[in-house]
Structures are given as C-alpha cells and as structure tokens.
Design a binder for this molecule. Structure first.
Ligand SMILES: [Zn+2]
Length: 316
C-alpha cells in the first residue's frame, strides 16, 4: 500500500468466485508470533447477468461503490471510494480515534499510552486517514525459495520499538541479504532497506565476547569474522548483551519453544536509522542472529536494542 511513510500490506485473492482485497495489519507490539489483523477493503464480483461489480467494504455503512484504476505499470493499481461518508457511520471523531488506538496498541488510550507513543499514534492516525478513500498499490516481488541460504526469503513481522510491529521482506542479492520495509514509520519509511546483512562476514562469538555492548564493539575493531574457508558450526552460543533492551526476544522464544541461549548463525550487517522525517539517515553496525527457519533477531548496537522477527506465513 502506498501510504506515505507507513506503507502497508494488501492480500488479494479469489474466494467463492469473488476477488477480495484484505488489508493485513501487524499484530500489537511485541506479538510478532500472532497472525495479521484482517480488514476487508474491497471486492470484485460478477452478478447473475454477467456484469462486474466493484464494492468498497470499509466502514459500517455497508458495501458501496468504489473505482479501481490501472497504474502506470502493470504491477500497480489504485482505488477511489465513491461514498467515503459510509466509512464512519454513527461514530464521532473521538470514538473513532479511541477504537483505532485500541486496535493499534491493544489497550484503550486512557490505559497507559505514554506521551511520546501517543504523539506517534496521533501522527499515524491523521496520516493514514487521508488514504481511507483513495490509495495506490504496488505488487511485491514474488517470493521464491532458494537453496544454500541461511534463511529462506519472505515476509517477516518485526519489532520496531515505539513504532510497534512492522513488516519487512527478506530478499537475496549476491552475498547480501536485504530486509526492505513493507510497512514503515516516519523515521524509516516503507520501501527503505532496514536491514543489510553481509553473508560473507559470518561471526561466531563465545559468551564472554557478547557479555555487554562494549565487548561486542571491541570485536568490531579486532575483527571477529571466521577465517577464510572455515565453516561456521551449526549451533553457537547466544546471549543478550548486558544493558541491551529486549524488544520481544524472550517472549517470542517462549511462544515458539526456541532455546534462548543458542543460535544457528550470526552475521555482521548494517541497520538503517534516521530522525523523524527520514532526516540524518545512516547505516549503523548490527548483527543478524538466526535461530531457525522462521525466527531471527537483529542487534542494533547504536540503539542498544534487540529487535525480533518472525516469519509471516499467514499473508495469503
Ligand atoms: Zn468506501
């Protein structure tokens, strides 16, 4: 979804002879193991006389007219709702905002939404509202499985701190693994490359080397990559360095029944950070840590936090 900064994910499929387009919204933070929340946006059907009908499914006012237009290229289209007033029937603005916040963070706004987070939520709400009646869409790159890769490509739900859970797409290009944002935020918007992993720089760390941030940063200078030609072991120690903020790692491992103290592989990489509005963007040193085919973590050394990612296999 081409929503400024925030992006978004739309699933289009055929159900009982109709084409249904459903928006897939990330679960609340940090529950990356949970399925997407689903919101039907529009459908295309054929009536008994063979005439095509296109209906907007947003809001409580019932199905109503929507127009679908071809985009500039064959993998793009846009929609324009003809009766957006049907979207917010019987709800005043405050109620609508409060129920949106409940969906977004899992709790009513009066229960502990912090000042800074509330600011982010307000900005997001006002921005995405502008796309309720008209939005453009671009088809994602197809996901094909590959051989000899540390983790299969695909969509993942990941934790992005105050911005909540966002969706990234993992793709391979030469000896780089890229994680591109499908949904984003005003700091690092959708479409940007959140993660770049150097597959030619595998790492094996003992417990002492990952005791705290300083010991890991020290490695950076000394070089801790495996000597040329040496294979990384199939299992290696992993610890959350002291002082690192865990953005859902322990909870995810509990949910997925994954041991927290060993990982399958570790690589050097960089993560994209920026100020609000994508100002002063820079790539900072990070580690990608793979636990199994569906779970990896990303250690942001500059931010002092550990994000977790869980494969999104419920996007169809
Ligand atoms: Zn509509």
């Amino acid at each position: 979804m081409q929503i400024e900064h925030y992006g978004g994910l739309l699933s289009v499929k055929v159900v009982n002879g109709e084409i249904i387009a459903t928006q897939l919204l990330p679960p609340i933070d940090p529950e990356v193991w949970m399925p997407f929340k689903r919101k039907d946006l529009f459908k295309i059907s054929v009536d008994s006389e063979g005439k095509t009908e296109v209906n907007c499914l947003q809001g409580s006012g019932g199905p109503h007219k929507i127009e679908i237009m071809k985009g500039n290229s064959s993998n793009q289209f846009s929609v324009q709702c003809k009766q957006p007033e049907k979207h917010s029937k019987s709800k005043n603005r405050e109620e609508k905002f409060a129920s949106w916040i409940r969906d977004e963070v899992g709790i009513p706004p009066e229960h502990g939404v912090q000042g800074y987070q509330m600011e982010l939520l307000k900005i997001k709400y006002l921005s995405i509202q502008q796309y309720e009646s008209s939005c453009s869409f671009t088809c994602l790159q197809p996901i094909n499985s590959l051989s000899n890769v540390p983790i299969q490509p695909g969509l993942f739900k990941g934790t992005y701190g105050g911005h909540g859970v966002e969706v990234i797409q993992l793709t391979y290009e030469g000896n780089r693994l890229h994680g591109t944002k499908v949904s984003g935020d005003p700091n690092v918007p959708a479409g940007k490359r959140s993660i770049i992993v150097h597959l030619d720089e595998p790492l094996v760390l003992n417990r002492e080397q990952q005791r705290d941030l300083n010991s890991i940063k020290q490695l950076q200078n000394e070089g801790c990559s495996l000597p040329e030609g040496q294979e990384a072991p199939a299992r290696q120690p992993f610890s959350i360095p002291f002082g690192i903020e865990d953005r859902g790692f322990v909870q995810l491992c509990e949910q997925k029944d994954i041991p927290t103290d060993f990982c399958r592989a570790r690589y050097f990489g960089t993560g994209l950070i920026a100020m609000h509005g994508f100002r002063n963007s820079s790539r900072t040193d990070c580690h990608l840590v793979i636990f199994d085919e569906d779970v990896f973590a990303f250690l942001w050394m500059e931010l002092g936090s550990l994000s977790v990612y869980s494969r999104a296999d419920d996007f169809l």
